[in-house]
Design a protein. Structure first.
Length: 360
């Protein structure tokens, strides 16, 4: 994988939305290690303190443009000025609970933001490969044990899930209306979408997410509150999903007009764990590193609805792209908790070493 990605991205220009967020802040140093010549990040300022963006000093690694996706003219100018070979759209309002509190911002940011990004790509004079990141929550809610495939019906109970399902529909419309893969020689634009499961890793401090909640409690010496102990999610390290996005873009660039569709990037089925099991494993890692941790279950009967079971099938990505997960859930949890335990002594060196270890 490392050789393929280096041969694809070495010397290339990248336009990345969401570089101030958790996944985007990991994507920048990953692309730097792969030899990208110039990276332009476009996003709102980081929302958390601390943030991965600040901790590893992302502005030292790329050209950082702090602006709003909903400003169509500024976004179009930033993309045009970047002259990208590749566009990765990661920026989003990505929190389910916040989407209940502020559905308007969620729908505007996620749907209109995506439309504005695709319009900027459409009017960009050069050829480029674009990957839009959505989520495993774009599917209609699953029954216990039901696995979702890329061609399954889209849906979305909560505003966040609905907004990302709408993004998929928007992308499909642009692909059929403006970026027809059979006419790639005329417009030069390849477009695909990527759907990943629950992504974990060091440097995520978002509200109402399990692993950041665990990390905050462990660092502060508090007991971890567990709201939904029996919810099942597919857990994977952030570098797994990012490598999937890059493998998809690599294939698209090598064969323009092919691979312009949706792809799931999820872990093996055995890595779909109950929330309580993730908490137990995290405490075990923290304890092995010299810390102390405990948890308690405190379910909120009035909590907004969240899907109790999520699992996606990644056969398409494995077969067509040659992508496969490198870490199991236990390894992902170990690397994540290790990062939080040690980051204050050297966050950049720790992050870079985890990237190098992953790339092999």
């Amino acid at each position: 994988m490392k050789d393929i990605l280096q041969s694809t991205f070495a010397g290339k220009r990248i336009f990345l939305t969401g570089h101030t967020g958790f996944k985007g802040a990991w994507m920048v140093p990953l692309l730097r290690e792969l030899g990208a010549a110039h990276i332009v990040g476009y996003a709102l300022p980081p929302e958390t303190r601390p943030s991965m963006f600040d901790v590893i000093e992302v502005p030292q690694l790329c050209e950082s443009v702090l602006d709003d996706l909903r400003d169509r003219q500024r976004l179009a100018k930033a993309l045009s000025d970047a002259k990208p070979d590749f566009v990765f759209h990661l920026a989003a309002q990505s929190l389910v609970r916040r989407s209940y509190r502020d559905p308007i911002d969620t729908f505007e940011s996620n749907i209109l933001g995506t439309v504005n990004l695709l319009e900027a790509v459409r009017h960009y004079e050069g050829a480029c490969t674009t990957v839009v990141i959505t989520t495993d929550k774009v599917y209609r809610e699953s029954a216990p044990g039901e696995v979702r495939f890329e061609d399954d019906p889209l849906g979305g109970h909560d505003p966040y899930s609905a907004s990302k399902a709408a993004c998929e529909i928007v992308c499909d419309s642009y692909r059929q209306s403006f970026f027809d893969p059979t006419k790639i020689q005329a417009h030069g634009k390849s477009l695909a979408t990527a759907r990943a499961g629950n992504v974990i890793g060091g440097g995520d401090w978002c509200e109402d997410r399990l692993v950041p909640d665990i990390a905050r409690a462990l660092v502060a010496g508090r007991k971890i509150r567990v709201r939904n102990p029996n919810s099942v999610r597919p857990w994977q390290h952030v570098l797994e999903s990012l490598s999937g996005y890059l493998m998809l873009a690599s294939k698209m660039a090598a064969s323009p007009g092919e691979f312009c569709r949706s792809y799931n990037f999820g872990p093996d089925t055995r890595d779909s764990l109950r929330v309580e099991d993730v908490v137990k494993q995290a405490i075990a890692v923290w304890t092995s590193l010299g810390g102390v941790g405990e948890y308690f279950v405190d379910a909120d009967a009035n909590a907004p609805h969240e899907a109790g079971f999520l699992q996606i099938d990644s056969t398409r990505a494995r077969g067509e792209l040659g992508w496969t997960p490198k870490y199991d859930a236990t390894q992902a949890i170990e690397k994540t908790i290790t990062w939080y335990r040690n980051y204050q002594t050297g966050p950049w060196a720790l992050t870079r070493q985890q990237i190098l270890d992953y790339l092999g």
